[in-house]
Write a protein that binds this ligand. Structure first.
Ligand code: GLA
Length: 380
């Protein structure tokens, strides 16, 4: 689908129109730690949402979603939930209005090749794209971190999903050929070179349902809060699980409820692991980085319990293939995607075999992409 042709069919001439691109993301390591003030390490991937829009003279927003062959619209003076994809755009409008940013109506086309509900942050991509469209029309450019926080609030408050800050930050602030080491406590960031020469990153969509993801995600967050509350009785200085060292957990974790203890163990280890993995990425020690990916998956599967038979199958199969350094689930878990770091020589065979073997064993149609790190969202 060509966005210009679709625009012409739906809206006619395109004077005054402009384009926004906004990518999906995968997290290399640092899972379920963003809401515990930890470190995450995402890249933006070459699957993206595109918007082509032009201003309107009234206060309506009207978008044609080419993937669904469906129009969505709303008035900036009447933002109310429609339980449709347009809610992401409305949510952003609502947060911008709350932040006293003047808003202008617009119309146009949205096209996306980020698969929906696969854990690649298609929702963060459309939120950030809409925020860029609104702010570009008003000529009010915003810092990526400000924009990301606003989009996170749109998702939390309007759409009603209790996500952390990682996805919106990744979409808004990632740079080409870099991974983003993000400190979720103060949103300080470091761009870490991620230009693999002899290796590739493969993203595999398990095509498994993510029904449990929402409720289990909230339950995990509650368990972390409970762990923090209990540990604060012994360690009054801690503000979040980020402040707990592995030694302190060893010493004081014994009294925690066993399930809560497992969750906290994952978070404390994963934060330390992410920093360590990133140091090794910077030194080009990809072997060690791969081991950290494997350890992260094991911890997510056994301690945090957010993996699934499909994700466990894909990652263990991957680890048995020649040239694979590491493989793990990425994103919230339960379904969604895995990321695998592999030597270039093994890529073709992997891409051919993994979906075949997975279909034979698990009965589902996986999709694989080789992903480089692309630039975060921008007005073109
Ligand atoms: C989802 C959330 C993120 C983060 C991950 C788990 O993608 O939207 O904020 O919590 O899960 O790391």
């Amino acid at each position: 689908m060509n966005i210009h042709e679709v625009f012409a069919q739906q809206f006619g001439a395109d004077e005054d129109a402009f384009e926004v691109r906004s990518p999906g993301r995968v997290n290399l390591i640092g899972e379920h730690v963003d809401y515990n003030d930890g470190f995450v390490l995402p890249i933006a991937i070459p699957l993206e949402v595109r918007l082509k829009v032009r201003p309107r003279t009234d206060r309506r927003v009207e978008l044609y979603a080419a993937n669904f062959d469906e129009r969505g619209s709303f008035s900036l003076d009447d933002l109310s939930k429609q339980d449709s994809w347009i809610d992401y755009v409305q949510g952003v409008a609502s947060e911008l209005a709350d932040a006293s940013v003047p808003l202008h109506g617009f119309e146009g086309v949205v096209i996306s090749d980020v698969p929906v509900a696969s854990g690649l942050s298609s929702s963060a991509a459309i939120e950030v794209a809409s925020a860029l469209a609104f702010t570009h029309l008003e000529q009010q450019p915003m810092e990526p971190a400000y924009l990301a926080k606003l989009c996170q609030r749109a998702e939390n408050n309007f759409v009603g999903v209790n996500c952390g800050i990682m996805d919106q930050m990744a979409v808004a602030a990632c740079r080409e050929n870099h991974a983003l080491l993000l400190d979720c406590r103060d949103l300080s960031m470091r761009q870490v070179p991620f230009r693999l020469k002899d290796h590739s990153l493969i993203v595999t969509d398990s095509a498994a349902p993510r029904e449990l993801a929402g409720s289990a995600y909230n339950e995990r967050r509650a368990q972390c809060e409970e762990g923090l509350r209990q540990l604060q009785e012994k360690l009054p200085h801690i503000m979040s699980l980020r402040d707990v060292t592995p030694e302190e957990l060893q010493q004081y974790g014994g009294d925690l409820d066993p399930v809560v203890r497992k969750r906290v163990r994952h978070v404390v280890d994963e934060i330390a692991r992410t920093v360590y993995a990133c140091e090794n990425l910077e030194k080009d020690n990809l072997e060690v980085f791969g081991e950290c990916m494997n350890d992260s998956h094991q911890s997510l599967s056994e301690l945090y319990e957010v993996s699934s038979p499909e994700l466990d199958w894909l990652t263990s199969w991957a680890r048995m293939q020649p040239g694979v350094l590491g493989s793990r689930l990425t994103g919230a878990g339960f379904g969604g995607c895995t990321v695998t770091l592999i030597e270039n020589a093994g890529v073709d065979e992997f891409l051919e075999e993994q979906p075949k073997q997975y279909k034979a064993s698990m009965g589902r149609d996986a999709r694989c992409w080789v992903c480089t790190a692309v630039e975060g969202a921008q007005v073109l």
